[in-house]
Design a protein around this ligand. Sequence first.
Ligand code: CA
Ligand code: CA
Length: 239
Amino acid sequence: MKRKQIFALALMATAFATGCSKSNEQLPETIAKAEASEARAGVVISVPATIRVAAGKTFDGHNDIYKATSALGDGSQDEGQKPVFRLEKGAKLINVRIAFPGCDGVHCYGDNLISNVTWEDVGEDALTMKAGGNITIDNCRAYFATDKVFMLSSAGKFTLKNSTIKTFGKIMRQIGGDTKNTCEIIIDNCTFDITGQKPTCLVQSDSPTTTLRYRGIKTALASDKWWRFPNVGSQVKPF
Ligand code: CA
Ligand code: CA
C-alpha cells in the first residue's frame, strides 16, 4: 500500500471516530430519534388544519410523516392545542408517523382502531378518548411525552397492546376528578421504557368504578408505582 493511500485511510478512520463520539453524547434521546427515523419510508406532509377521518373510514398514512404547522399548536404542555387527527365514530388510523410538534395528537370519538402509529415527539398528549365505545391502540410507539400519553375524557373501553412508550410522566390518565365515568382499561404486552426519567405512575384514575386488567407489562418502574387509583372500588388485576 502506498503512503498516500495509508494517509487517506487514516483520515477516514478519524472522521468516523469523531462522528461516533458526537452521537454518543446525546443518549438516550438520540437512540429513540434514530429508531424513529430508521423505519421512515415516507415523505413529510405538512398539516395546516386537523385531518378529520369520517365515520367508519380508514386513513392509511403509508408511513408518511405528518407534521403540524403552528396553526395547531407548538407541542408544549399548553391546553387548547388542536389535534393532528380527529377520528369520528368507527374510523381507523393506520401506518402514520406524527412528527414534532404533535400538538393535541389524535382525538377519538368512539370505536376507533389506531394501528402502527408512531408519535415521534408527543405534544400536550398523544391521544384523547373523547367519546365512548372501544378504543384500541395496537402496535404503536410514542416518544418524548412531557406528562401524560393517553387521556381518557369519557367513559369507554380503552385497550393498549403490543406497543412501546419511551419518556413519559404517565401512560394514561382518566380526567382528573372524574368519579362518575367508568373506564374499562386493558394493557396487554407493552413496554414502558423509563430510562433516564422518573414517571409518577403508569395509570391514574379517580373513578371508583374504573377497572384495569393487565398482562405482559415490561418496565423497570417498581410495580407498587404502576397504578394510582385512590378511590375505593377501583379494581386493578392481572389477566
Ligand atoms: Ca390534551
Ligand atoms: Ca414532547
